[in-house]
Design a protein around this ligand. Structure first.
Ligand code: GLU
Ligand code: ZN
Length: 327
């Protein structure tokens, strides 16, 4: 190859890489659909690439049928991806339960520099660590019971079960969120030391998501704003590993008439149910487009048709209240 060509990197369509990261712990609902639509539009409107990753580490809660169903939901919505469990890609596997070695190596790196310690407390945040802490799931601050231990103390614990907790730093981090703007948080003071691996060896969501977003070259993480505190936890990990953080964008959630995050108590808002009822994807996308300030009416439309004039800044800052318009 000629030298000047070698110096010019191959023309890439776009350096932006986003991801869709469903957890197959249940069906995907209208709230998930809205966030996936925004994540997809944000990246595709700038000619970026999309990775589909299945976040199935919470093994007791994972449902076998939910992986295929989530992919069907996304296809039905008209959202596509360039890498994923069904089509493969350079960063396979796209299923977290098949990437455990990566997380264990990362944990080993943290252990070697003594920034994690064995925690023998049996607390709810330990139990829940394999899933992302969504709205209402941010428990009380960890009181620091085991913080005096060093990583090396794990040996002396013998057969006593322990999780690994990270010693968070007492400094304020800044997230330049694409939607929310500049926000700051001190992880040690406001969130506390968090779990990076459970006693049974399961890596925590916080660790897995950082390892994967880094390894898969993800440059933009768009997700529900209930995960904003987790962005600061993840920043702690990015800093420790010396990895470049992605651009975060945290968007308002879909809530029910009671103002709480859309869930089972609000009736059946599963995407799969709408599909079975014969609702057209265009009708749902139309309603979501209206809710996102992208269109002035809920007229049926495809996701692709929203690309040309997509602008995240049009999204209203308040949660969208779903009143069963499609049910
Ligand atoms: N799999 C996570 C969830 O659905 C996604 C978390 C994230 O986007 O970082 O809760
Ligand atoms: Zn403890």
């Amino acid at each position: 190859m000629n030298a000047s060509l070698q110096q010019t990197p191959a023309a890439e369509p776009s350096a932006i890489v986003g991801r869709l990261a469903p957890s197959p712990t249940g069906a995907q609902h209208i709230g998930n659909a809205r966030t996936y639509l925004l994540a997809w539009l944000s990246v595709r409107s700038r000619a970026g690439r999309i990775v589909l990753r299945i976040e199935d580490l919470d093994s007791p809660r994972v449902k076998a049928w939910a992986v295929e169903q989530a992919m069907e939901d996304l296809r039905w919505l008209g959202l596509d991806w360039d890498e994923g469990p069904d089509i493969g890609g350079p960063n396979a596997s796209y299923i977290q339960s098949e990437r455990l070695n990566l997380y264990h190596e990362a944990l080993e790196r943290l252990r070697a520099v003594n920034v994690i310690y064995p925690c023998t407390c049996s607390r709810s945040d330990v139990l829940a660590a394999a899933s992302a802490p969504h709205a209402g799931q941010e428990g009380p601050l960890y009181p620091g019971t085991c913080v005096a231990r060093s990583a090396g103390d794990a040996l002396a614990l013998g057969s006593r079960p322990f999780s690994w907790r990270i010693r968070s730093t007492n400094q304020e981090h800044c997230v330049e969120d694409r939607f929310i703007g500049e926000t700051r948080m001190n992880v040690a003071a406001e969130l506390g030391d968090f779990v990076v691996a459970k006693a049974d060896g399961t890596p925590a969501y916080q660790l897995a998501v950082v390892c994967d977003d880094h390894a898969m070259g993800v440059t933009e993480v768009l997700r529900g704003d209930d995960l904003l505190p987790s962005a600061f936890r993840q920043l702690e990990l990015y800093k420790l590993f010396g990895w470049k953080q992605p651009q975060f964008a945290h968007v308002p959630l879909v809530v029910g008439p009671d103002g709480r995050r859309l869930a089972k108590r609000h009736g059946d808002t599963r995407i799969s149910t709408l599909r079975k009822q014969g609702v057209r994807a265009e009708s749902l996308i139309g309603l979501l487009a209206l809710s996102c300030g992208l269109r002035e009416t809920a007229k049926p439309i495809t996701a692709r048709e929203l690309l040309a004039d997509f602008d995240l800044a049009k999204l209203p800052p308040d949660p969208f209240t779903y009143l069963d318009e499609l049910g």
